[in-house]
Write a protein that binds this ligand. Structure first.
Ligand SMILES: [Zn+2]
Ligand SMILES: [Zn+2]
Length: 342
């Protein structure tokens, strides 16, 4: 498919979509009901449907029996860790293999024309973004994901959390699943904004930002402090009447769903005419410019509210530069004036 029908490529090969990123149609003005209705299937399919399917698979088939989950056991942790590690190996690995190793789509719809494997860099372990990101994901973030998971199951198994049955509370539980992606955007925005403060950025979040040109394995490549608090969002379900399936939906949207912002491609080609959207652009711009787009891709447009939204357009670029200029001016004004020579 010709990606130049959908965007432009500059001299350096960077591809930019014609249509700037937009918040979800529910926030767009003037309000257009037809646009909102047309957007609903995209909200559910394929990404959120996938996270719900894996949540059901885990709760109904894969996790150990509830009796054994009532005590914290290393064997259970190991089993759950194995499931998560295999899960991300297959899921992230499928995108990595097809689009970054086999390069089936070449650079069509790829924002940055470079492939990390072709550019060794000293900022990464073994000079390899892929290897560094893979090791940090599998041996740092996924073990912490599993800690969050086993504590969640332990709380449910001991009835410390309110576990509502689907038969009587299906409406409330369905509502929780529907709003979970929006809750995730709010949680992620504030956590992410916090770790962009200078001290936490330097010691924690800079690890994730080593990948300026993110690829699938960058998704969960994090410092352990970030990895833990990022995954701990699933514990919100322990504070409200909920159900393990809903909690798993959040856990998997956060864990498996981290890939969306790091796919590096705008669209994946299915046939010559059909594609599916990655939802990667807004977070790709965050990796490119650092101090924009702290939230997700506009389901809850907090970045617009706080003036940090970047939609990829030249105007947004100008606004960002202006913001940086003002920030620099404020910093200079705070600096004490040099004392006059005696
Ligand atoms: Zn990222
Ligand atoms: Zn960041």
């Amino acid at each position: 498919m010709d990606d130049l029908k959908f965007g432009t490529r500059d001299k350096r090969g960077n591809w930019t979509p014609h249509r700037p990123a937009q918040p979800a149609p529910i926030w767009q003005r003037p309000f257009d009901a037809r646009k909102v209705i047309a957007w609903i299937p995209e909200y559910l399919w394929p990404w959120n449907a996938f996270h719900l399917a894996t949540a059901l698979l885990w709760v109904n088939l894969l996790i150990p029996d509830w009796e054994s989950l009532a005590t914290l056991s290393f064997v259970n942790w190991l089993w759950l860790y194995g499931l998560n590690a295999v899960g991300i190996f297959l899921f992230f690995g499928a995108f990595e293999l097809r689009y970054y190793v086999q390069r089936r789509q070449g650079t069509r719809f790829k924002y940055n024309p470079k492939f990390p494997a072709d550019h060794p860099s000293d900022v990464f372990w073994f000079k390899s973004q892929n290897l560094d990101n893979f090791i940090r994901s599998v041996f740092v973030t996924v073990p912490l994901w599993t800690v969050v998971e086993i504590v969640l199951l332990w709380a449910y198994a001991n009835t410390w959390a309110v576990w509502l049955p689907w038969s009587t509370h299906w409406l409330w539980l369905s509502f929780l699943i529907l709003i979970a992606p929006a809750v995730h955007e709010v949680y992620f925005f504030f956590l992410h904004r916090l770790i962009h403060t200078p001290f936490l950025y330097r010691w924690v979040h800079s690890v994730h930002h080593n990948s300026i040109n993110p690829s699938p394995w960058s998704s969960l490549s994090m410092h352990p402090v970030e990895g833990f608090f990022y995954m701990a969002e699933a514990w919100l379900h322990l504070l409200i009447p909920s159900n393990p399936v809903c909690a798993y939906f959040t856990l998997h949207s956060v864990g498996f769903g981290a890939i969306n912002g790091h796919l590096g491609f705008e669209k994946f080609e299915l046939t010559e005419e059909r594609t599916f959207d990655s939802h990667a652009y807004v977070h790709y711009l965050h990796h490119k410019y650092f101090e924009v787009n702290y939230g997700g891709d506009g389901l809850v447009p907090l970045d617009m509210l706080f003036g940090t939204w970047h939609d990829g357009s030249k105007e947004a670029d100008e606004r960002m530069k202006e913001r940086f200029r003002r920030k620099k001016e404020r910093a200079n004004a705070r600096r004490p004036a040099a004392s006059p020579a005696e």
